[in-house]
Write a protein that binds this ligand. Sequence first.
Ligand SMILES: CC[C@@H](C(=O)O)C(=O)SCCNC(=O)CCNC(=O)[C@H](O)C(C)(C)COP(=O)(O)OP(=O)(O)OC[C@H]1O[C@@H](n2cnc3c(N)ncnc32)[C@H](O)[C@@H]1OP(=O)(O)O
Ligand SMILES: [Co+2]
Length: 143
Amino acid sequence: MRLPRIFDQPMLTNLEHLGLAVKNLEAATALYTALLGQEPYKREHVPSEAVDTVFFQVGGSKIELLAGTSPESAITRYLEKKPEGIHHVAFEVDDIRAEMARLRAEGFVLLNEEPKPGADNKLVCFVHPKSAGGVLVELCQSM
Ligand SMILES: CC[C@@H](C(=O)O)C(=O)SCCNC(=O)CCNC(=O)[C@H](O)C(C)(C)COP(=O)(O)OP(=O)(O)OC[C@H]1O[C@@H](n2cnc3c(N)ncnc32)[C@H](O)[C@@H]1OP(=O)(O)O
Ligand SMILES: [Co+2]
């Protein structure tokens, strides 16, 4: 059992984005444009993750729509088993390497040895959902 800690300052500084897995990116973009009452501010293909993304700004956070572009994509694999919806929760960090070391020491299982380039000019790292209460967690540091 993890014991409570007292920290001087928060390590995960902001809810950076919610990642939503979708099958049809154009249909989902139209739906979220209507829901949020605004156009997306960015579309980006991320070859390393085999995903197409669409971003909406919502206050200090973002909605990231994700569609897989290959059968090996984590999003394609996820949608083979699960319905469309929230796929991951992404937190902003100031120093991703320091946070990765801290989370490893706390017993979390990281899916990346090193930070890797993500979408929207971020360095990212994922925490396995099995070690994070069933939620896939992403850390994001601005590049
Ligand atoms: C655009 C870039 C970037 C950004 O900048 O924002 C992104 O967001 S990319 C997003 C897509 N990329 C990733 O998700 C990379 C990290 N994910 C992975 O490495 C894998 O998806 C995984 C989490 C390790 C799972 O892969 P795998 O083990 O091959 O799949 P399984 O189907 O066998 O799942 C095992 C186990 O884990 C559960 N699971 C899988 N995905 C999720 C999830 N998103 N949320 C919660 N739980 C998840 C799955 O249900 C299985 O559980 P059991 O059935 O109980 O065994
Ligand atoms: Co993400």
